[in-house]
Design a binder for this molecule. Structure first.
Ligand SMILES: [Cu+2]
Length: 189
């Protein structure tokens, strides 16, 4: 192989790596907005770190201190004032409520812990979900919900975590405009 061919081959290899890295680590974001008259809001990012494994990171503020239920719900619709429009927990495997990955719904992310100032800093990894809008376990286009109470990680199907105090639609970062449009309050329901 002469030098030119070698360089060309190397470039092709690098390009292939870059393309693969891009397609295998998509990320999505959700902007949590208050529901049920709360002041709870925040920003959460979902990053695919390997097959069916997603890192969830972000910050939520305006909540009472302590652990509060934190789930992905089935429908990317936060239009109802109490966020009930987001439907039940995202549960494509038809499991009982609990906590992923050993048991539970795909959307069961357990609790996030709010400190004395009402802020929760989130950094967790979950198996069994993907940052996709078409995979069976894809979370894009669904909604993330913060609850009024702690999830007991047991009571089926809700975790007995009370009302919904914040809701945000999960949208791919590449289609930020579409995600923003989807999270606009709907005029008719
Ligand atoms: Cu929930």
């Amino acid at each position: 192989m002469n030098e030119t061919k070698l360089v060309a081959a190397s470039l092709l290899f690098l390009a292939a790596c870059a393309a693969q890295a891009q397609s295998s680590s998509p990320s999505a974001t959700a902007t949590l907005r208050p529901a049920s008259g709360s002041q709870v809001q925040g920003q959460v990012t979902f990053t695919q770190i390997s097959a069916n494994r997603v890192r969830v990171a972000g910050e939520v503020t305006g909540q009472q201190p302590g652990p509060k239920g934190f789930h992905i719900h089935e429908k990317g619709d936060c239009s109802a004032p109490d966020a009930m429009s987001a439907g039940p927990h995202f549960n494509p495997m038809n499991m009982k409520h609990g906590r992923s990955p050993t048991a539970g719904h795909t959307g069961d992310m357990g609790n996030i812990i709010f400190d004395d100032t009402g802020k929760a800093t989130i950094s967790m990894v979950f198996d069994g979900m993907s940052v996709s809008s078409d995979a069976p376990n894809g979370i894009v286009g669904r909604a993330i919900i913060v609850h009024a109470q702690a999830d007991d990680l047991q009571t089926d199907p809700t975790g007995n975590s009370g009302g919904r105090v914040a809701c945000g639609v999960i949208g791919l970062e590449q289609i930020g405009l579409k995600a923003a449009a989807e999270s606009e309050p709907k005029t008719a329901r």
